[in-house]
Write a protein that binds this ligand. Structure first.
Ligand SMILES: [Zn+2]
Length: 125
């Protein structure tokens, strides 16, 4: 397991995450599309915030089950809690996920040119 250091742009938000990043998720849902994030999902306990939660602002929208955290100073969104699957998604076999989606662009020492990108079609469901 590798421990990565992560931060927002200004450094007000710093964190560590334990992961073996063998792919990143590029999702076309309304928020992932606009922020251009490449995500990797980890269990809840794999993220350690090194700075105060108060430095983050929580943004919730739509079903309000997802939690999008962004730095209150520079606006970068380093991680989020994905929303609960809708009834339709559950019917389609989407598994509930109780963890963090890390914005891999915020991690040090990751070469995004060599990591396979998995397309997630969040907009369709
Ligand atoms: Zn910041």
């Amino acid at each position: 397991m590798t421990t990565y250091s992560g931060a927002c742009h200004c450094g007000q938000v710093r964190f560590e995450v334990d992961a073996e990043i063998d792919h990143v998720r590029s999702c076309d849902c309304s928020i992932c599309h606009k922020r251009g994030a490449l995500n990797y999902r980890v269990p809840k306990a794999s993220l350690r915030l090194l700075t105060a939660w108060e430095n983050l602002t929580l943004y919730q929208w739509g079903s309000r089950t997802a939690e999008d955290y962004f730095c209150s100073r520079c606006g970068i969104l380093p991680f989020r809690r994905p929303g609960d699957p809708t009834a339709e998604e559950l019917r389609q076999g989407v598994q509930p996920f109780d963890g963090w989606a890390i914005n891999v662009r915020c991690l040090q020492g990751v070469d995004l040119d060599v990591i396979p990108v998995t397309r997630i079609y969040g907009r369709q469901i």
